[in-house]
Design a protein around this ligand. Structure first.
Ligand code: C2E
Ligand code: CA
Ligand code: CA
Length: 409
């Protein structure tokens, strides 16, 4: 029984669509056979005979042009109908580069077809007119070119030494002294000037460049931390050494080999793994929990500590928290920023804090900008905090100065 909503049956000899019509649907052949024919050099020629499992009619949906051929059922044929939305949704989500390539290939194919139907001669004037680029394609092309440039710039930036790490102090809410630092990447682009990580981390994750950037950041942060720790030991002889928090993209943890590379970097830097904290967002844990467990256990086995970043913003499935060897939970800035006004945010912070305590995890509250927030967080049982109230992320030299001054908050 064909499903009325998805499939349609065509009697032998029925036309499914005709060359030159606009098209809103593509088809997959369930059973039967379909002949595709096109008008060439004054006559109609069969260009393909399609069997079950084959897809057709998709071109007109992708580039929004007219059908370039006619499709006829040669025997009783059942077709699964694909609506435009179904086909376009994954296209919209695709990398602009992939979309550009697809559209360009189609555009070239159409041009060739037009020339063929014109007897192989140069396209007639009215056909050239059809060739005028449509705005949508231009936009995709521009986006893709921007993206290619950005990818290339990112890949060169490490060699050109355009990346720099800034550091933001993480403090104990009880006592107000520094306990660690978070390393945050900055990009000084030779033409564009300062580029925010919000603009380049995402693309670098997509292109894979983040893996190399992540290695660089880890090495750089740990090298600097040796210096910070030496100054800190002098200024605060009774306090434990500073830890260094480094952001790690899920993309870096996909291969176990890369994890071993990271461990190699930590060893080469001579850092005590106990003072290395890797900040990970929950994406990896949600998308591939089995692999994530393996990856995180491997890192943990080496003695580094692990923090879950931006907690509360993503899926935040509480059920997964206990499955992973996490030491620290970072409460996202969005809950902290209005907690002194919005009771709901306060309650969320309180529940997250309790949850973390039950799971014996440390808590870092992010984005503290006001003294009231700091006091409230302390009362709610948060151990650590960071935010503009204490310090914005600053270059290495300013951290040196802060430590040497013996600062507490
Ligand atoms: P994140 O890991 O959540 O880092 C915290 C962000 O909040 C930083 O933004 C920091 O400057 C900002 N912030 C800290 N305190 C306050 C505050 O009190 N108020 C406000 N309004 N903002 C505050 P930043 O440096 O722009 O970094 C943005 C994001 O880029 C980071 O978010 C992180 O996801 C990513 N990122 C930065 N560096 C790296 C890196 O080396 N590797 C990876 N994978 N991601 C990185
Ligand atoms: Ca972070
Ligand atoms: Ca964060």
């Amino acid at each position: 029984m064909p499903d009325k909503f998805r499939s349609q049956v065509f009697e032998p000899g029925t036309r499914i669509f005709r060359e030159g019509e606009p098209g809103q649907q593509a088809y997959i052949i369930e059973r039967g056979a379909v002949e595709i024919s096109a008008y060439r050099n004054g006559e109609t020629a069969v260009v393909a005979r399609l069997a079950p499992g084959e897809i057709f009619g998709e071109m007109a949906l992708i580039d929004d042009e007219l059908r370039s051929a006619t499709a006829v059922a040669v025997e009783e044929t059942e077709l699964i109908v694909i609506q435009r939305d179904q086909l376009m949704q994954p296209m919209d989500k695709a990398d602009p580069m992939v979309t550009l390539l697809l559209r360009m290939i189609l555009e070239r194919f159409r041009t060739t077809q037009r020339q063929l139907s014109n007897g192989g001669a140069e396209p007639a004037a009215e056909l050239l007119e059809l060739d005028v680029r449509d705005g949508a394609l231009d936009e995709i092309r521009e986006q893709a070119i921007e993206r290619i440039k950005l990818d290339q710039d990112i890949r060169q930036a490490i060699d050109k030494k355009e990346f720099e790490l800034y550091y933001q102090p993480i403090i104990a809410l009880e006592g107000g002294h520094m306990v660690g630092l978070e390393a945050l990447m900055r990009w000084h682009h030779e033409e564009r000037g300062f580029v925010s990580p919000v603009e380049f981390i995402g693309p670098a994750e997509e292109s894979g460049a983040i893996v190399e950037m992540g290695r660089w950041a880890l090495e750089e942060a740990l090298t600097q931390n040796a210096g910070f720790q030496a100054l800190f030991a002098k200024a605060f002889p009774d306090l434990p050494p500073l830890f260094m928090s480094v952001n790690v993209s899920g993309r870096q943890l996909i291969s176990l080999e890369e994890i071993d590379n990271m461990v190699g970097i930590i060893e080469a830097a001579g850092a005590d793994p106990a003072t290395v904290k890797l900040e990970i967002t929950e994406t990896l844990m949600v998308e591939d929990p089995v692999h994530a467990t393996l990856a995180l256990e491997r890192l943990k086995g080496y003695g580094v500590s692990l923090a879950i970043d931006d907690f509360g913003t993503g899926y935040s499935s509480l059920s997964y928290l206990h499955r992973f060897p996490l030491d620290t939970l970072k409460i996202d800035r969005s809950f902290v920023s209005n907690m002194e006004e919005v009771a709901g945010s306060r309650r969320i912070v309180r529940s997250i804090a309790r949850l973390a305590q039950d799971l014996e995890m440390d808590i870092v509250a992010e984005g503290i900008e006001k003294t009231e927030q700091m006091a409230m967080l302390r009362d709610l049982g948060c151990t650590y905090g960071q935010g503009y109230l204490m310090s914005k992320p600053v270059p290495k030299s300013e951290i040196d100065e802060l430590i040497e001054s013996g600062v507490t908050w």
